[in-house]
Design a protein around this ligand. Structure first.
Ligand SMILES: C[S@@+](CC[C@H](N)C(=O)[O-])C[C@H]1O[C@@H](n2cnc3c(N)ncnc32)[C@H](O)[C@@H]1O
Length: 403
């Protein structure tokens, strides 16, 4: 990723030479350049500010140096070849009056090849610069929070760090990004390390037992509880009713086949529609019943209604591999984190000795792919087990025993 930062205090960005971001720069994962706005002022004092029209306290950043500095950034594009359109960065202008910067925005920005940042100072930048820049590149005004800083540099440090750590290869262990706060609307659960007892305070027993299902349940409860206590604004009104623990879980029997057939159809229809194959992917009841025999299929119901299901088994041909399939949530409950919970649960069912989790999804199933990648899965190269699909795998993380 390429990053250009314009500031009157280039030295302020020096921390971006340190730690993981500094390492990513040295390894060429990030190409970051800092430009001094004063290089684009032409008077003896390299002036970049002036008094505000209409009066009032403070100074305003002049438009001229900003347009020149941003032209300079734009001109650094590798010369476009043939009919290719000119590549431009997305320009981020930090400001307390901007859209709140969130993990979701960090993810969006991490998908961009080129970002530029304009660090304001004083009372801010002449408003016409926003207009001028918007005619040349996408512009986003982003706020770090509801308070006022002296300049945009601190905001840029925070934003660059939040974005850059999402780039492949920047964080050594990508799994550590998976369950973090704000990734799926909940805060992270409390974490502990050795020793198991410190200062008369013990680590919760459940974490010492090695029971993955119990640990996953405890962590989920802690996430919901912590979010409710500290950030109730993050909880959707229906969150309590959409947790798996609110539903009744059972191992599926052949009697579940008709409902499973309907749920599969409801979940698959939009997937097949992406391929223009409307109504495709129907499974007859016998095939559904066979599936129930061949897999460990779990179903979740509320008031008798089938709302979610997933099935698991040891992969028939791949050694030490846990196959997860048919992860399904009733369409009206989708988008609330239930799928993610199901996935964690399916992993927790893995038998002893499993080293890899395996699943398969449509190559165009963007929401599924996004969820699986967030959960640490990687797409295997080439076509998946079925035409138009991809296989994904994830290494099983072994839990070390406490001291
Ligand atoms: C003193 S502030 C200007 C505040 C401006 N007069 C206002 O009231 O909205 C100077 C610069 O600091 C940066 N800044 C201040 N607070 C910020 C925040 N919460 N998020 C992002 N940038 C901020 C912006 O670059 C802004 O132009």
């Amino acid at each position: 990723m390429r990053l250009d930062v314009v500031s009157i205090f280039p030295e302020y960005l020096a921390p971006l030479d340190l730690s993981l971001i500094g390492k990513a720069r040295r390894e060429g994962l990030i190409d970051l350049k800092v430009h001094d706005l004063r290089d684009f002022a032409h008077d003896k004092h390299r002036t970049v500010d002036d008094s505000p029209y209409g009066g009032g306290a403070g100074m305003v950043m002049k438009p001229g140096p900003w347009s020149e500095a941003l032209e300079h950034v734009l001109a650094q594009e590798d010369s476009p070849s043939g009919d290719e359109p000119r590549k431009v960065p997305t320009l981020i202008i930090p400001g307390p009056g901007g859209e709140p910067f969130t993990q979701q925005i960090a993810r969006e920005l991490a998908d961009e090849p080129w970002l530029a940042f304009a660090c304001g100072r004083y009372e801010g930048i002449d408003e016409r610069v926003y207009e001028w820049a918007g005619e040349r590149m996408p512009v986003r005004v982003l706020s770090l929070g509801d308070y006022v800083l002296n300049g945009g540099e601190v905001a840029v440090l925070a934003m660059v760090e939040a974005v850059a750590r999402l780039l492949p290869g920047v964080i050594g262990n990508a799994e550590s990004l998976v369950e973090e706060s704000h990734e799926d609307g909940l805060l992270e659960y409390p974490v502990y390390t050795k020793p198991a007892e410190w200062d008369g305070r013990a680590v919760p027993d459940v974490l010492l037992g090695g029971n993955h299902r119990a640990i996953a349940d405890w962590r989920h409860e802690q996430r919901v509880q912590r979010t409710a206590e500290r950030r109730p604004d993050l909880l959707p009104p229906t969150a309590a009713a959409s947790a798996l623990s609110d539903l009744e879980e059972r191992v599926a029997t052949p009697a579940d086949a008709p409902d499973l057939q309907v749920l599969t159809r409801a979940c698959w229809a939009p997937e097949f529609a992406r391929y223009g194959m409307f109504g495709a992917g129907e499974e007859d009841l016998e095939t559904v019943r066979d599936g129930i025999q061949e897999w460990d299929t779990r179903v979740w119901r509320k008031d008798g209604q089938l709302l979610a299901s997933v099935r698991v088994r040891s992969h028939p041909t791949q050694e030490a591999t846990w196959q997860i399939g048919r992860l399904m949530v009733a369409p009206y409950l989708q988008g609330r984190g239930l799928g993610r919970e199901l996935l964690g649960y399916a992993e927790s069912l893995a038998s002893e000795g499993v080293r890899t989790f395996w699943l398969n999804t449509g190559a165009k199933s963007t929401e599924n792919l996004r969820m699986y990648k967030k959960a640490g899965y990687k797409v295997r190269p080439g076509e998946g087990e079925f035409p138009g699909t991809v296989d994904l795998t994830k290494r099983q993380v072994t839990t070390s025993l406490p001291e």
